[in-house]
Design a protein around this ligand. Structure first.
Ligand code: ADP
Ligand code: MG
Length: 350
């Protein structure tokens, strides 16, 4: 019997069932959940379908993969949302919330709920990381100008001059109002925004009934469920400074986020030294502490993003200590000698 014949037989059977128990209330009780399932849960669902697409947002390549649906409008809507987040959170885009904060000349600025939530989260990680994660590093970010810097080490004097305009205590968040005490202070959400956006996209997709897929924002990976057949996703972790396809190890996840921070993302080399985009808020210089990358495994990608940057700045010992103090978060630290250092609950691949 074909699938449609079986279906017709089921419907016919249901008709008979209804005639016997012609109780209207019982029928409504059955029909309502069925209806809501179809309206909210199975938009374009098709178990064998798979759609994917790539785009360019947040200065990086982004990729979406959805299983069990052929509804391209879900992907289109995600790209639409990415464009909106970029227009809201970019440091360089005129008129964005971040641009308005950075050009407020010390005056209070009203921001969107997303921006306020992100700044509150950034404050949490500033405190948790003992100042290693600090979105007020923006004056240094401007001076170093990655990824556009062609290889010019900034003058020591310009970094020293920026130092007095850096420090989270200069920033105040009160509801949706943001104030920077120092007109020359500024913020940069590059160390946390992609993770936050990935979380929001997943929220949207899951709300539309997507049960399997992933959101890859330039290596910030957030998975949804498992692969078809209940198989965990096997996420490759890049060999630092290797080719993009050179994987040093893999990690199996189902529904979790895998985020890596490493100097090899944006850097230049001069006189044998690597100058990169993860900056020490104390000195204004790139962090040189023997680490080549930090990967964080967590449920929330915003947490993973903030923690990968935080731990990279903290270094192996203090970073590992922070991870071990947190529930539901695991980490892999790779040192310059390509040794792998795992946190105690990390699901190590065999
Ligand atoms: P990626 O942007 O490659 O995903 P990260 O998540 O580690 O890498 O974020 C690095 C970015 O965060 C930098 O490009 C810069 O915009 C910002 N940043 C640099 N140093 C710090 C820091 N100490 N605290 C917070 N943000 C930082
Ligand atoms: Mg980060």
């Amino acid at each position: 019997m074909s699938r449609s014949e079986k279906y017709i037989k089921k419907i016919a059977g249901f008709g008979k069932f209804r005639r016997v128990f012609s109780c209207r209330r019982f029928f409504c009780m059955l029909l309502l959940p069925l209806l809501s399932l179809c309206l909210g849960g199975c938009r374009g669902q098709n178990p064998s379908a798979q759609i994917s697409d790539v785009g360019f947002y947040f200065d990086t390549v982004v990729e979406l993969r959805l299983n069990g649906t052929d509804d391209q409008s879900l992907i289109d809507e995600c790209f639409e949302k990415m464009g909106q987040y970029e227009a809201l959170l970019s440091r360089t885009r005129e008129g964005s919330d971040v641009w308005e904060i950075n050009h407020s000349a010390g005056e209070p600025v009203e921001v969107s709920d997303d921006t306020a939530e992100l700044i509150a989260l950034a404050q949490k990680y500033y405190e948790l990381s003992d100042g290693a994660f600090d979105i007020t590093v923006a004056p240094y970010v401007t001076i170093w100008d990655f990824p556009d810097n062609p290889g010019k080490v900034p003058a020591e004097a310009s970094i020293a001059a920026a130092r007095i305009h850096v420090g989270f205590p200069l920033l105040h968040l009160d509801g949706n109002t943001v104030t920077l005490d120092d007109p020359r202070a500024s913020i940069d959400l590059g160390g946390i925004a992609k993770g936050y956006i990935a979380d929001r996209l997943k929220e949207y997709l899951v709300g539309e009934g997507v049960e399997s897929g992933y959101i890859n924002l330039g290596g910030n990976m957030l998975t949804i469920g498992t692969k078809p057949g209940d198989i965990p996703w096997n996420i490759g972790i890049r060999r630092p400074f290797g080719e993009a396809s050179d994987v040093i190890t893999t990690v199996r996840v189902d529904g979790r986020s895998v985020v890596t921070s490493g100097p090899y993302e944006r850097y230049f080399e001069k006189d044998g030294k690597i100058y990169h985009h993860i900056l020490d808020p104390q000195s204004g210089y790139p962090v040189w502490n023997g680490l080549s990358s930090v990967t964080i495994l967590s449920d929330s990608s915003a947490d993973g993003d903030a923690l990968s940057t935080s731990c990279f700045v903290l270094g192996l010992d203090r970073g590992m200590e922070l991870i071990e103090s947190l529930d539901g978060v695991e980490a892999l630290f790779i040192t310059d000698d390509m040794e792998l250092h795992y946190s105690s609950g990390f699901p190590i691949s065999d």
